[in-house]
Structure formats: structure tokens, C-alpha cells
Design a protein around this ligand. Structure first.
Ligand code: F6P
Length: 341
């Protein structure tokens, strides 16, 4: 093992730089050269790569994003491009490739491993934490902390103005961020994609709070949540991504104001949850994942993804990890239900 590559693909998240740093530190100790592939899979199409050393990876632990850049580029839609990636990888002289990414990036990694015999090890990242096969992905803890801080801030203004505030958080089709930040931020109602929203019930809870003397309420809604009986996304002219994953906050706020007469505002946290300094948890998890990824590479344990199970760093078949979405823990559901849905 003389030279390995590392790429970061898909949506960025806090903690990516800790993986890159850990991989470089560990490899240099083992006498392995590390090549950083720029901008996810695109870097292997355009041959955009550079050797990483301690100078380039020093002082990056506390920086969000990724020093390698990333892209949403997904080659399997285009089999020809996948072939170019495999050929360019071979020409680069790398002995293995560490791919840091979420479901989409790992799907491609698996396809390249299976179809082109590329020696690949995956490292799971995502603020959404929906990846099956690991208890946690790094990035999630930071997103939850950012979400919690925003909820705290919105609480005080909701209270002063006697308003309902709907806070839309990210998470795609999974409610992990909404549940954890909603619980931590003391949201009055938490709405997730896994449970269709009963709007009449939501309004009833808000009215009951008012009857009890509370003149404000905080609702946390995950971007993938849907209101039962309404299909607002089909009627929308906005672009496909937004139609699938966006606007629920606005939609919900309008419905609530119409049905209750309470003044309602909406705050969409969006990419704020993905930016900035990673929490200590994400830095440590990213570092542990990076070290383990190099170990797997050295053992020739390819087609695997590093993972966290009961706070121990392990590995899982990439194939298994991307097969299904990780469900929210039952006890968290119970807490969410106790908060009104
Ligand atoms: O998967 C991470 C994530 O932040 C999701 O929570 C969100 O739906 C999506 O990416 C947003 O992607 P983009 O920033 O490319 O619009």
C-alpha cells in the first residue's frame, strides 16, 4: 500500500475535515501518500487531484465544509462516466480509495467496487443521520445543535409577540434532526416525515395551549413532512427539489393561521444547519472514522463502510448500509407523541 485517495461527495457537513486530517496523519505515519480528489466524483472525471500533506491538513479540524470541495454529481445515471472514473482511478496509481459521503456517494462507491473491482472503503457522513448500518453519521450532532440554538432564539421572539413560529429543519425523508433538535429546544409540537401531519390535531393542541394561558407556540417541522389530505407539492410550479423537500413550513404556517386565527411566522433553517464549526462529537467521530478507514484499507477490507455501533468503531458492508433508511428510535417516537402528534 503506497498511495491512497480520498474524496468527499454529496452534501457537505461539519466534520468532513476531521476525517481528511485523520486519514492524512495516519497514512503519513504508515508511509502512505494521500491524494485528495477534488469535488467528489467529478474530480475523478476531470482528473482534479492533489497530494495532501500535513501543511494542507493542519488547522482544519474546526472548519466546517471540506477542503477538498464536493459536488452533487452522481455518475451512475451515466454508465459511461462510471467507466471514465474507473479508468482515471487506475491511471492515478492509487492502491485504494476512501469515499466519504452519504447514500448517493456510497451507492456509486459500491457500484465501482462491484463492477470495476475498485478497492473502496466508505466513510458515512450526513446531517440527516438516516444511513442504516451506523448508529450515527458525523454532521448530525452539529446540525442538531445549530437547530437547537435557533429554536432557543425563536422561542423568545415567539413569546414576546404572542405568535406561533414554525421552524422548518432539514433531514430529507427522515425526522432525526427534527426530533432531536425539537426535543432539545423544547418545541411544543414536532412533525416528522414518518408520521403524516393531522392538521386538525395540531390546531387543537395550539388552541389548548392558548386556553391554558400560553400565547405562543413553537412547532418544529422536518422538510420531508406532509400534511394528511393535502398534496401541495403536486400543485407547485417550483423546481423539483423544492417541490419534494421544501415549503412545508410556509404551507403549514398558512394553514395554521387560517384555521386558528393566531399570528404565525415561519423560519426555514436550510443550509445554516450544514455550515460552520463542527461540534466536539462530530470532530471526534470523524477522526475515529478516518483512522478506522485507513485500517480497513491496510487490511484490504474493501466494499466496507466504517460505522459506529454502541460507541465502538466497526465496519459494515456498504451494500447493507445503503439498503434501507435507519428508523428513528422507538423511545424518541414516544417522546415526540407525548409532545402532541
Ligand atoms: O442530505 C443533506 C441535506 O442537507 C438534506 O437534509 C437536504 O434535503 C439536502 O441535503 C439539501 O441539499 P442542497 O444543499 O444540495 O440543496
Amino acid at each position: 500500500m503506497k498511495k491512497i485517495g480520498i474524496l468527499t461527495g454529496g452534501a457537505d457537513c461539519p466534520g468532513l475535515n476531521s476525517v481528511i486530517r485523520a486519514v492524512v496523519v495516519k497514512c503519513l505515519q504508515e508511509g502512505i501518500v494521500v491524494t485528495g480528489v477534488k469535488n467528489g466524483w467529478s474530480g475523478l472525471i476531470d482528473n482534479d487531484m492533489k497530494v495532501l500533506d500535513l501543511r494542507l491538513t493542519s488547522g482544519i479540524l474546526d472548519r466546517g465544509g471540506t477542503i477538498l470541495g464536493t459536488s452533487r454529481y452522481v455518475p451512475p445515471l451515466d454508465k459511461e462516466k462510471e467507466k471514465i472514473i474507473a479508468e482515471n482511478y487506475k491511471r492515478s496509481g492509487m492502491d485504494a480509495l476512501i469515499t466519504v459521503g452519504g447514500e448517493d456517494t456510497l451507492k456509486i462507491a459500491l457500484s465501482l467496487f462491484e463492477n470495476y473491482n475498485m478497492p473502496i472503503v466508505g466513510v458515512p457522513k450526513s446531517i440527516d443521520n438516516e444511513l442504516y448500518g451506523t448508529d450515527y453519521t458525523f454532521g448530525f450532532d452539529t446540525a442538531v445543535n445549530v437547530g437547537t440554538e435557533c429554536i432557543d432564539r425563536l422561542h423568545t421572539t415567539a413569546e414576546s409577540h404572542h405568535r406561533i413560529i414554525v421552524i422548518e429543519v432539514m433531514g430529507r425523508h427522515s425526522g432525526w434532526i427534527a426530533v432531536q433538535s425539537g426535543i432539545a429546544g423544547g418545541a411544543d409540537i414536532i412533525l416528522v416525515p414518518e408520521i403524516p401531519i393531522d392538521i386538525e390535531k395540531v390546531c387543537k393542541i395550539l388552541k389548548l395551549r392558548h386556553q391554558r394561558g400560553k400565547t405562543f407556540s413553537i412547532i418544529v417541522v422536518s422538510e420531508g413532512a406532509r400534511v394528511s389530505g393535502y398534496s401541495f407539492q403536486e400543485d407547485s410550479d417550483i423546481d423539483k427539489r423544492k417541490a419534494l423537500l421544501g415549503n412545508i413550513g410556509e404551507f403549514l404556517a398558512d394553514l395554521i393561521e387560517d384555521k386558528t386565527g393566531y399570528e404565525t411566522r415561519v423560519s426555514v433553517l436550510g443550509n445554516i444547519q450544514r455550515g460552520g464549526t463542527p461540534t466536539a462529537f462530530d470532530r471526534v467521530l470523524g477522526t475515529r472514522f478516518g483512522f478506522k478507514a485507513v485500517e480497513l484499507v491496510k487490511e484490504g477490507n474493501f466494499g466496507k463502510m466504517v460505522s459506529l455501533h454502541s460507541n465502538k468503531i466497526k465496519s459494515t458492508e456498504i451494500e447493507k448500509a445503503i439498503k434501507r433508511r435507519k428508523a428513528i428510535d422507538d423511545d424518541l417516537y414516544e417522546i415526540v407523541k407525548a409532545f402532541g402528534i
